[in-house]
Design a binder for this molecule. Structure first.
Ligand SMILES: [Cu+2]
Length: 656
């Protein structure tokens, strides 16, 4: 009964930080942990006070205080009750959708696509056009058992599968049917070579598609293959369901030899724990006796679409999972007991069916409680009841014949490096890309201006806690996009600082002026929590890392360098209080975000952009399809306004 559920939601009060529902957990204040910490601190202080102050120890004192509390609580509760009742009434009156039956799970989730049983023809060199139409709407559904308002693509969440061969062009017409919100779609991990305006980041590469309007994204996928995804990049809409999978096939994808992929699935894992636990992931193994020497394996493409939590993925009775792809980069197989996967990251793993066994096995996505604040483990009574896990069932039948080998895939881990289960990616030195690229060199004789150092930290800004990168806490431009602002700037070539030109003070646009020269970005974490950083427009190399801050010149003895064939990816976990150095080539003119993928951290300012080769970018924008350019510009409220006069509230955006 929807109305009953609704009434329950209205009646639910939050008694303390412990009783956050799984729905609310995603929506909670990013500073919740800080608050939790403060509450803990206050509690212990008050406990100390109680024991040291004799007044607290007298029965009279206690009665008096308790009575006082009781009165206060009774009146507060009455007040809260009245407010809640009024709110519920107003909400009910204002929202017609509330009496609509929720969309059933089998309509919400398109299993056929997630099972990749699409009859797709994997081929090379055809450069086909792949066209899609996305209708973005609100809908009511109960993916985790509790009714919620969602943002859907063609009535479903995850949205439709985009399945292409490398070299194809993707064309997606997005019709925004949301009544009162603009939207954009970002194609996470896709390079957008020479099409930065198709990157779909509100306030950076475009203005949001207004309600009732349409925009067609079109981009070619060049020399990329593997597992990607798309999601809204406007406010925190993807949290509410606007995301979907992208699979880029390539006949030349480097997979372990002599392995036959008998099945292939997409596994979306998310922090709201509607992990489609009801789906029976039934895998029917064909009896393929034509080549009995081949190893049979199932490929699972793991995507963490969460807004908030990293997850640790395991399968019961399968202690060996073989990683073969990381963020669209094929790697020498690595065998792990489980996969730690942060927000925005993707892993392809091979699962070898147990010989002669027919059965069902639980796949678990476990929330690692201690990754947020090491000394205050995350806790939630609702998640406690499910052991902080989302589960789904993997079942295969019938089993493979006895004479079939299980696996001869040779895993790579020469020095038996310990693989941590929690809070960090695989050791950065472990994954070896199968298409080797040595670290892009820094030219000491002609130092490139493409190098930057960024430091991030949480900091009080006025009444709120914001996150600062260097001295800037980012907020999206409300009436324009950095791309359009960048066109009216002239550059002197000085890339040393930030805000050397006329962007509002809550924007940090760092210049990468030198074409095809190495870009080096040093990221220093001044925060104790781990953060998943995602770069747009490029796949970067992870060339150095270590605890503490990076010293220019590499003089920190704790820095580990890997210049031979460093791993590459587009989203990495930066451990607390440590540094990571990434490199890529300035070969893709555009405006590219680098940000923490925790939705709430990005909202709190944890984003910086790189303006790569501004003069080339101007040329590209000049040469782009004029109707697309004009349409995109028309979404901006400032169209025609002199950008030099933009006034921004700088109070919260800059630190001293
Ligand atoms: Cu973060």
């Amino acid at each position: 009964m929807p109305t009953v559920i609704y009434d329950q939601e209205c009646a639910l009060g939050r008694s303390d930080t412990d009783s956050i529902s799984s729905e609310e957990e995603d929506k909670q204040d990013p500073n919740e942990y800080t608050k939790l910490q403060e509450t803990e601190a206050e509690l212990s202080t008050s406990r100390e006070r109680q024991s040291s102050n004799p007044f607290w120890n007298t029965p009279y004192g206690l009665i008096g205080i308790r009575f006082g509390f009781l009165t206060l609580w009774v009146s507060l509760l009455t007040f809260i009750w009245v407010v809640l009742a009024l709110l519920c009434k107003a909400y009910r009156g204002s929202n017609a959708g509330v009496d609509v039956e929720p969309i059933s799970l089998d309509k919400l989730v398109n299993i056929t696509e997630l099972n990749l049983q699409t009859g797709f023809q994997i081929e090379s060199g055809k450069q086909r056009m792949r066209e899609y139409e996305f209708n973005i709407t609100h809908g009511w559904a109960a993916p985790s058992g509790v009714r919620k308002k969602m943002v859907l693509v063609n009535g479903q969440s995850p949205g439709p599968l985009i399945e292409v061969n490398t070299g194809d062009t993707v064309r997606v017409r997005v019709n925004n049917h949301l009544p009162d919100e603009s939207t954009t779609i970002h194609w996470h991990g896709i390079h957008q070579r020479n099409t930065t305006w198709m990157d779909g980041v509100a306030g950076i590469s475009q203005c949001g598609i207004p309600p009732g309007k349409s925009f067609t994204y079109e981009y070619q996928i060049i020399d990329q293959r593997g597992t990607f995804w798309y999601h809204a990049h406007s406010k925190v809409q993807y949290t509410d369901g606007l995301y979907g999978p992208i699979v880029v096939h390539d006949p030349d994808e480097r997979l372990p030899p002599d392995t036959e992929m008998t099945d292939e699935r997409i596994i979306f894992m998310g922090g709201s724990f509607h992990a489609y636990g009801e789906d029976l992931l039934e895998i029917h193994h064909p009896h393929d006796h034509t080549n009995p020497l081949q190893n049979h394996a199932i490929r699972l493409r793991l995507i963490n679409h969460s807004s908030f939590t990293s997850l640790y993925f395991t399968i019961d009775s399968h202690p060996e999972l073989t990683i073969i792809e990381i963020d669209g980069v094929e790697v020498t197989p690595i065998t792990v007991p489980g996969v730690y996967i942060n927000i925005g990251q993707r892993y392809s793993i091979l699962v070898t069916p147990l010989p002669t066994t027919t059965g069902s096995f639980i796949m678990r996505a476990t929330l690692p409680k201690s990754c947020f604040l090491p000394y205050v483990p995350y806790s939630s009574s609702i998640l406690e009841s499910v052991n902080y896990q989302g589960t789904a069932l993997l079942s295969y039948s019938p089993s493979l014949p006895n004479n079939n080998t299980t696996t001869t895939i040779t895993p790579h881990n020469p020095n038996n490096i310990t693989i941590p289960k929690k809070c960090t990616d695989l050791p950065f030195s472990l994954p070896i890309p199968l298409r080797p690229i040595p670290a892009y060199p820094l030219d000491d004789a002609h130092p490139s201006k493409n190098t930057h150092e960024i430091n991030f930290q949480f900091q009080q800004a006025g009444p709120v806690n914001r996150i600062f990168i260097n001295r800037t806490s980012y907020s999206p431009l409300p009436t324009t996009a950095q791309l359009w602002l960048s066109l009216s700037q002239s550059f002197t070539g000085d890339a040393g600082g930030y805000n050397n030109w006329n962007f509002p003070l809550n924007q940090q646009v760092l210049l990468l002026p030198d074409p095809n020269k190495t870009v080096q970005i040093v990221i220093n974490s001044r925060d104790i929590m781990e953060h998943p950083f995602h770069l747009h427009g490029h796949t970067f190399q992870i060339v150095a890392w270590g605890p503490g801050e990076f010293n220019a010149g590499g003089s920190n003895p704790n820095t580990t360098w890997n210049l031979q064939n460093p791993m590459r990816r587009d989203t990495l976990t930066i451990p607390g209080l440590s540094h990571v150095v990434i490199r890529f080539l300035a070969d893709n003119p555009g405006i590219w975000a680098l940000h923490c993928h925790v939705a709430w951290h990005m909202e709190a300012g944890m984003l910086v952009t790189f303006l790569e080769r501004p003069e080339d970018l101007k040329r590209l924008v000049h040469d782009m399809d004029p109707s697309t350019r004009e349409l995109s510009r028309s979404f901006c409220a400032d169209e025609g306004v002199d950008t030099n006069n933009i006034k921004e509230n700088t109070e919260l955006s800059r630190s001293n």
